[in-house]
Every structure is written in C-alpha cells, then in structure tokens.
Design a protein around this ligand. Structure first.
Ligand SMILES: NC(=O)c1ccc[n+]([C@@H]2O[C@H](COP(=O)([O-])OP(=O)(O)OC[C@H]3O[C@@H](n4cnc5c(N)ncnc54)[C@H](O)[C@@H]3O)[C@@H](O)[C@H]2O)c1
Ligand SMILES: [Zn+2]
Length: 683
C-alpha cells in the first residue's frame, strides 16, 4: 500500500468509526456488529503503526468513543475513564501476557472477570454517602446523572460498616437484566410502543432520561468492578472487590484469580457457554493484573490501561436459509415481521424463527427472498438476524417486499410519520386486534378475569359470543355450558381441547362478576387505548377522576397532566371520538363497572409503623412530591415537625437540600435518610 492509498483508507476508516461511535454512544444504535466495528478499528490501528506520520491527534484509536450531552451538567473525571484494549484471539491474548511478563519482574497474578455488556458508570462517595453518578462520556468528562443513579436499587446510597475511605470513586456497569428487558418489551408491545432493540441500548438510553421516575421503573441494576482514590490502603484489585462487597455493593461473584495465562484461558473456555446462564448480557471477559504497584509499572496508553485486556467472545451465530416471513398483528394493530428459518442449532438451542423488528430493519438488512441469513443469539429470548450471506444469494432473487395489506383482515396498512411500525387501521374489525383487545381486557393487571385465559377468548370470539368487552357481562350459564374447541400448537402440532363444563362456567361467571369491583384506573387501562399503559392510566384517572371528565378533556387539559404528551393525548381523544367506543362505555356503566374513582380517602392513619417518630422533609424527591411524602408520614403514624433539633428522629433528605440543614443535622447526630430508605420503613 502506498502512502497515498493509506492516507485515503485512514480517512475513510476514521469517518466510518466516528459515525458508528456517534450512533452507538449518542443514539444507542448499533448499525454494525461489535465484531465488525472492532475489525475496522484494528485495521486503522495497523495502518497507523505502519504509517505513524499519518496518525491524527484525534484519531479514534486514541480516544474513548463516547461524548457528553448538553442535557446534563458536565463533570470532569478525577481519574480518566478509559476503554479497554480488546482481542478476539488466543494468540493476541498470549502476546498481551508476554508484554506484561517483559515489564514485570518476578511473580504476578491476574484477576479474570466477566465483561458485562452495559454502560460504564462512575460513582463518587464522600464519608460513605453517594454524592455523584457520572457517565464515562468522552473519558475525560461525563454527564452528571446522579438523580437517575439514585433510583438503581443495588447501588448503595450509604455504605455499610465504618472502614471506608473518606472519599472514593467506584466504577461499575449498569445494565438491564434479560428478564426485566423482556418484560419491558412485552409491556411496550402491549400498548403499541416501538420495541427496545437490546438490553445494552435500553440501559444506555434509560440512564440519560430526564425523568428519574421513569428511570426507576426500568429497574436498572449495577455490578461494580473497580475502586479508585488516594491512599486507599489496598495492595491488590481483588482486595478492593472484597471490600466493595462488604460495603454493600453488588460485586458479581464470577471473578477468579489466575496465576498463569493457561488458567486465564481455562476461565475463558469455562464461561464461553456458561455465560448464557447468567441473567445479564456479557460479551467477553476482562483480564487484569491484580497488584496495583504492578499496574502502575505497566501504565497506560492514551486510550486504555496496559495492565488489562478484554477478550471478547465472537457472537454466537449461524447461517441458515430464510423460509419466509410471517406477519403478526398485535392488539394495537401494529404489524411485526418474524423470520421463519430452516431450523438451525445455535448456542445449544434449535432456532426456527428470529425477530426482524420492523420494515426498516428488513430494508436495512436488504433481505432477498430465499436468502441465507446470519442469526445471532444474544441473551434475549428471540434470536435476531444480523445480516445476509450475499455469496449464497440466488441470482435474480427479489428483495423482500413488505406487505401493504393486513394479513388478517385485508385492510390497507398505514404508517404514521416518524414511526417504524406499520399498522392495520381496522381497530374494531380485525380479528387479531379484537381478540388481542379482549385478552388485554381480562389480563391480570387489567380486569384480572384469569379464569378466562388460555384459549377461552378464542372460543368465545369464534362463536360470536364476545366481540367487545361489554359482551363479557352478558354471558350466561346457558350460553356457555358445553362449548368446545380443539387447538393445535403451530410449532409442535400437539392438540389441546378447551371445553366449558359446569365448574369452568361457574368460575368464569364468578370472575366476571367480581371484576365489576376493579377500580377505575384499571378499567381505563383495560380499555386498551393505544399508548395508555397502566402508569398512564393511573395518572389520567387520578387527574380526571371519572370517565366523563376524561372523555370531554381538551388536548390542552390532557397534556397538562404530568407525563402525558401529545402522542398519548391524541390517542385518548381518538379513542373517545368513536361512537362505538362511547356506546360500549355506556354499556359497561349499565353493567356496573367502576368508571370513577371514589372520593379522596380519609386522611386518618392507615398504619402506625412510623409512630412515635418525628420527621423533617427537605429537598427535591424522585418518586413523590413533598406533599405526598408528608401525607405518607402522617398516614403511617409519623409526625411532621418544622425544624431540625436534637430530638428529631429523621431527616428525609432529597436532592438540592440546603447545605446548612445537612450540617446542622449532622452536628446534632440526627439520622439522615433518603427517599428510598424512608419508603422501606413503610413497606
Ligand atoms: N457496533 C457498533 O457500531 C459499535 C460502535 C462503537 C463501539 N462498539 C463496541 O464498543 C466497544 C468499545 O467500547 P468501549 O470503549 O466502551 O470499550 P469496551 O466496552 O470494549 O471496554 C471498556 C468497558 O468495559 C466495561 N466493563 C464491563 N465489565 C468490566 C469489568 N469487569 N472490568 C472493567 N470494565 C468492564 C466498562 O464499561 C468499560 O468502560 C467496542 O469493542 C465495540 O465492540 C460498537
Ligand atoms: Zn387487520
């Protein structure tokens, strides 16, 4: 390669890498796989080594990829937050070991840890109190996201014990466990929201949300793996991991001390498949020199420590022919494409289908009919298609054309501006939408008519007995007794018979009757208005008190409710603009469902858990307003007092509390507690 050619390629690589970095860190999007990304970076590194005079000062090989945003205050890191050198090969890992061996004289040991696939976080503690949480940002400066960090349950706000340093920085990885992620997506799918792409992106997007109450609902978690500070009194990294655990941090107990590179390799092999049993995503392991003095001896490059390296597992993938695409219509009419694959073994399971998310994804992957596709298994339940093996493409094959009519009812599909999903607009006439809405209506968080689950809706719908929720309340013993239907499982071909015997019918009718007591907010959720999940339903119910107020609410009134934006407001108005919905609501009213909240509850104490303690509330809180907190205290037998004195039992401290108050409370030895700790007291 000539120098001119190299310069051109370097320019091209730099442009690409900067672009992917921007998408990855700013927009939480992966346009290519991590492996492909790392190969681009490696190519750039090689060219820069070969042509050192072509290396730019700001080359992506010398900088941490992230950036800071303007929406949070910027904080300079005390110690830069670096990246890790990485490799996918045993050979390079051995080279790393040789380099370490050359620099260090005498014995040394490694600590192997799993590399958790989330978002790096820096936590600062002073006198055992969490004072700040900051993102990695560009490595030098990050975003101050303290309020969001405080909502993460396994990050201690106060440390346990006494032997912690006065000031210290703890680093860890924030993630969304798979189970939570799947649950979040199910909820989103249920109310017609676009799905989150993967747990890592979801965690990174969540950490940068403006509303920490929403962050709290996302149930983030954090594993910590590093302690920094002056004169900490520890000699090795593994000692700090033990100390962190003792102080109340969550340290994954999967780490191991290794004396030789062979032991490191054994650890790598052991976790290659075992990692899929963990509740969170991992993309490799991190090897660190254990001794701090030896770490200093090895030092740092501009971008990463020389005493550590990440060994990354290649994503588990397989190539298999695409047999077809199945389009599913959900309760809100959203159409989701699912790829049907020739069954293939992947990470110990047989894969027959993979998610394709939406039409954009099919376009982006440029999938043709009959293509052989690559499927990859992260930790998510459904594997995804990551690319096409173009070398196996059938000549002259056509690109997959997204359907333009509903596969269930034939209506022309529509796509709202800025949305990734296509919708079937035939809300009240499209069978999967009707059935989906009925399933939603009876679901546990809605009307909780459990005995109607598992195929019974299908049967009722088939027989024309129920098409809209009000019809559940017109069912009678005579209409139901003796109905039967045989279901066949698409995957296994096994059949199952649902039949309504006397006992079943009795249970169903009882459960239906009992659902008339379900409070208004849940009835509202049960109606299945698009974008109205259970939290939104609670907010709307609390604000409007009854369905008539809500039905008449103007757009301005709707958006004046906290957390209700245009999109939800339009959807609510759209729902109530339909005469058939209004008619159905009148029927529900006549049948005795709760369409209003009861008058505000009496404010007498509901428990005496807090008696006889006194409380002062100060600062701004995440989950509750100050009024709400005061209310909670008095209703649980506590007493609100206005000033801090020696006799005060607790100071409930929020954000932005005045320093003088804090000082006074500290000097008088008053117990200071956070909102979370307070809430624990009344659990
Ligand atoms: N697909 C894309 O478009 C794209 C774009 C940019 C970056 N990336 C990926 O991101 C990686 C670069 O990201 P990076 O600079 O954050 O480096 P990195 O993620 O490879 O390594 C550093 C990070 O590892 C994390 N980590 C997890 N467990 C750890 C442990 N036990 N000890 C120490 N650190 C641990 C920390 O957050 C740390 O910041 C690349 O390797 C690439 O795969 C992908
Ligand atoms: Zn339809």
């Amino acid at each position: 390669m000539t120098e001119t050619q190299a310069a051109e390629r370097i320019q091209e690589l730099t442009r690409l890498i900067n672009h992917y970095n921007f998408q990855y860190y700013q927009n939480a999007l992966s346009e290519i796989s991590d492996y492909e990304f790392d190969m681009l970076l490696e190519e750039l590194m090689k060219l820069e080594t070969e042509f050192p005079n072509l290396q730019a000062i700001n080359s992506p090989t010398r900088r941490v990829g992230g950036t800071i945003t303007k929406t949070f205050p910027t904080v300079y890191h005390t110690y830069p937050m670096l990246s890790l050198g990485n490799t996918y090969s045993e050979e390079e890992l051995r080279e790393f070991d040789n380099r370490v061996r050359k620099v260090l004289e005498g014995d040394f040991e490694y600590v192997c840890e799993l590399k958790f696939d989330g978002v790096a976080l820096s936590l600062t503690y002073e006198n055992g109190e969490l004072v700040r949480g900051v993102t990695r940002g560009d490595g030098t400066r990050g975003d101050d996201i303290t309020a969001n960090v405080r909502t993460i349950k396994n990050i201690p706000l106060h440390l346990q014990g006494k032997d912690f340093p006065e000031k210290m920085e703890v680093r860890g990885e924030v993630f969304i466990p798979f189970s939570v992620f799947d649950h979040l997506n199910k909820e989103r799918e249920d109310i017609g929201e676009a799905l989150l792409a993967n747990p890592r992106n979801a965690a990174s997007g969540t950490l940068k949300m403006q509303d920490s109450a929403v962050v709290a609902k996302r149930k983030l978690s954090c594993y910590v793996y590093s302690l920094l500070g002056e004169k900490l009194g520890f000699e090795t990294h593994s000692e700090t991991l033990e100390a962190l655990k003792k102080w109340g941090f969550d340290v994954s107990q999967t780490y191991r001390k290794c004396n030789t590179i062979e032991e490191v390799l054994a650890y790598i092999n052991e976790w290659e498949s075992k990692r899929f049993e963990l509740p969170i995503g991992t993309d490799g392991i991190v090897v660190k020199v254990n001794n701090f003095a030896q770490q200093e001896e090895l030092g740092y490059t501009a971008k990463s420590p020389r005493w550590a390296i990440a060994y990354k597992y290649k994503a588990m993938n397989a190539a298999t022919p695409l047999l077809g695409i199945k389009y599913q219509v959900g309760r809100t009419g959203a159409v989701t494409p699912v790829a049907l694959l020739k069954p293939v073994q992947l990470a110990g399971t047989t894969v027959k289908r993979a998610s394709l998310h939406n039409a954009n994804e099919i376009l982006r992957l440029d999938i043709h009919e009959g293509d052989t596709v690559f499927v990859e298994k992260g930790g998510e339940i459904i594997p995804k298609i990551t690319g096409v093996d173009v070398s196996k493409r059938v000549p002259g094959s056509m690109a997959v054309a997204y359907i333009d009519h509903c596969p269930a009812c034939g209506s022309e599909l529509i796509r709202a501006e800025g949305e990734a999903n296509f919708y079937c607009p035939n809300e009240d006439g499209c069978p999967p939408q009707i059935k989906g809405k009925l399933e939603h209506f009876i679901s546990r968080k809605a009307m909780n008519i459990e005995s109607l689950g598992e195929g019974k809706i299908e049967l009722l719908f088939d027989r024309g007995l129920v098409r809209t929720p009000d019809m559940f309340y017109e069912l009678t013993f005579e209409k139901l007794l003796g109905l039967e239907k045989v279901f066949e499982d698409e995957e296994t071909g096994k059949t199952r018979k649902v039949s309504f015997r006397e006992k079943t019918v009795e249970n169903m009718l009882n459960a239906i009757e009992k659902s008339k007591e379900i409070p208004f907010d849940r009835v509202l959720f049960a109606l299945g208005i698009r974008f109205v999940g259970n939290t939104v339903a609670q907010k709307l119910a609390a604000h409007f008190r009854n369905i008539d107020n809500l039905k008449q609410a103007s757009l301005e009134e709707l958006v004046s409710v906290p957390e209700i934006g245009d999109r939800i407001a339009f959807s609510v108005q759209h729902y109530f603009s339909k005469p058939e919905h209004l008619e159905m609501i009148e029927k529900l009213r006549a049948q005795g469902l709760q369409l209003e909240l009861p008058e505000k509850a009496e404010t007498g104490p509901t428990s005496d858990k807090l008696a006889p303690n006194t409380f002062v509330i100060s600062g701004v809180f995440e989950q509750f307003s100050r009024d709400e907190l005061q209310d909670l205290i008095t209703r649980n037998g506590g007493k609100i007092v206005s000033s801090i004195s020696k006799k005060l039992s607790y100071l409930v401290a929020g954000d932005k509390m005045g320093p003088s108050k804090l000082e006074k409370a500290n000097s008088l030895g008053v117990k200071i507690i956070s909102e979370q700790e307070f809430l624990k007291m009344i659990e």
